[in-house]
Write a protein that binds this ligand. Structure first.
Ligand code: PCA
Length: 194
């Protein structure tokens, strides 16, 4: 059976929950012929990607990381990761890099290797608002996306990152029902043919 690793983050920035992990945790264990493994990762530069790579090794066909993007109102698969760390707030271990590269000799940017446009189409078709995003920011989510794309470049392991809005339970706006976030993630996985 094909194998997919999907990750969610711990809470950060004063929030009590992170909707990425709440949604990932509630996904079925099998979707679209993929056996799904779920992993909680820390909101810490460098360490988050290291945890994913330690678990994934070369055992997975696809790795999808999910993170909260407060302020967005749609599910946004990210097209690109950039070689930059720039924090607006400290991460969960107090790191606050400013304009530092992730990899000293890395390429400036790397494109997702999973079909993010098709993902957005499938999510919309499932009745959940979605659009492709051209920036995952420069905080820990982008750090994870770029680091994984660099690590798995040219291998069988395909990678993407999906940002999601706040969920209703967080009491912030804009927000999305957790059930819709879950529905959207399932639709995204249904779009993958590897
Ligand atoms: N969102 C942050 C990091 C963890 C998360 O859920 C980001 O967009 O970088």
């Amino acid at each position: 059976m094909k194998k997919l690793l999907i990750t969610g983050f711990e809470p950060f920035g004063g929030e009590k929950i992170n909707p990425s992990w709440e949604a990932v945790l509630r996904l079925p264990n099998e979707i679209n012929g993929f056996e799904i493994t779920k992993l909680l990762i820390p909101v810490v530069f460098e360490l988050a990607a290291k945890k994913v790579i330690d678990v994934a090794e070369d055992k997975y066909d696809a790795v999808i990381c999910v993170g909260q993007a407060g302020g967005r109102s749609a599910i946004t698969p990210e097209l690109v990761g950039i070689n930059l760390r720039h924090a607006g707030i400290p991460d969960n271990e107090g790191n606050e890099p400013h304009d530092e590269p992730i990899l000293q000799k890395g390429e400036n940017a790397l494109f997702s290797t999973l079909p993010v446009r098709k993902m957005a189409e499938y999510i919309n078709k499932a009745g959940v608002p979605s659009q492709v995003s051209y920036s995952a920011g420069a905080y820990v989510c982008n750090d994870v996306l770029y680091s994984l794309l660099s690590h798995y470049k040219g291998t069988k392991t395909k990678v993407c990152f999906i940002h999601i809005p706040y969920c209703k339970e967080q009491g912030k706006a804009p927000s999305m029902e957790l059930d819709d976030i879950i529905k959207g993630l399932i639709a995204a996985i249904e779009s993958i043919a590897v």
